[in-house]
Write a protein that binds this ligand. Sequence first.
Ligand code: TXA
Ligand code: MG
Length: 331
Amino acid sequence: MTQILPASDEAIAEAARILKAGGLVAFPTETVYGLGADARDGRAVAKIFAAKGRPRFNPLIVHGDSCAGLEPYAQFDERARHLASRFWPGPLTLILPLRPDSSLSDLVTAGLDTVAVRVPDHPVARALIRAAGMPLAAPSANRSGTLSPTAPHHVAESLGDAVPLILAGGATRYGLESTVLDLTSAAPVIARPGAVSAEEIAEILGCTVTYDTQAKERPISPGQLLRHYAPDLPLRLNAVEVATDEALLGFGSMKFMGIRGGGFARDLPPESFYNLSEQGDLLEAASRLFAGLRTLDRSGKKRIAVMAVPEKGIGIAINDRLRRAAAAHDA
Ligand code: TXA
Ligand code: MG
C-alpha cells in the first residue's frame, strides 16, 4: 500500500529510514515531484527504473541539499560555482564531469563520466536529503511516458504501489522540470529547456548559451541524444555457450553453461567471467550491468558473450542497453 503523508518531521524521518534501507520515496521539489533513492546504492537506483517502467537507462539527476554536499560527486569549475551561487537552490541542473572517486552508482550516470546535479528549492526536499544523509537520485515520479506529477495524488495515480511513501508538500511551484545545462565542454549548452532561461544563464556567464540543436529539430528527450557508454569489445547476445576467445557476461545459474570444445563456464578465470546475478534477480543485474561490462572489457578476450536476460520488468532496460552496445559495433 502506498502511504501519502503530509511532510511533518516524523514523516520525513520515516522517509529517511526507507531511503537508508534502500527503498524509494516520492517527494516534492519546486519543479515536479521526484522519485528518490540513495544515489550511491545501485540496487536502490534500479528500483527507480523498475517503478517507472522505463524501457531504458537514462542518466538521473543527483539532488543535494547544498553545493558543498554535491562536491564529492561532481567537478565544479568556476562557471559551475558561479551559476550555483546564483541559481541554487533552484530549478537549474548542471551536467559536470564526474569525480573519479565518486561513490555514486554507475546506474545514476548510465555509465557516463559526467553527472547531472542540482539543489532543489523546496524545504521538504532539502530536509529529506539532510535527514537521510545521502545524495538522492530522482527523476520525475511518474510512469515512463506519462505527464510529470505536480501534486501528490498524481504520483499515487501514476506509480501506485511501486512507491511505498509519498511525502505530500502541496502543488509544485513551477510545474515544469529544471533546465538542464551541459557544462562539460567550453561552450555551455542547454540540453533540456526548463524553468531557468538561456538569457538568465548567459547573463551570469557573460557568454552565449545555445540549445542542443538536435533537440530542437526532433523533440525527443535529451537522454536519447546522449552518446551512451558502450564497451570496446564487441558483444554477442543470447549466448548458450562460450568460446575460448570470449569473456562471458552471465545471468542466473551457470550450471548448464559450457565452454565450446569442453569444460564449464563456471570454471572460467574471474577476469573473463562476470555474473550479473546468480539468483537471477533483475534488480541486482541492473545494478551490476555497467561494472560487469567494464570488467570484461579489460579481460583481454576478443568478444563478450552475453547470456539471455528475461525481457520483463527492468530486464527490458538491461536488454535495451545490451542491444545498443552490440549494435554500436555493427555500425
Ligand atoms: O525538475 C527536475 O529536474 C526533476 C525533479 C525531480 O528534480 N527531475 C527530472 O529528472 O526531471 P529526469 O530524470 O526526468 O530528467 C533528467 C534529465 C534527462 O533528460 C537526462 O537525460 C538528463 O537530465 N541527464 C542526466 N544526467 C545526464 C548526463 N550525465 N548527461 C546528459 N544528460 C543527463
Ligand atoms: Mg521525467
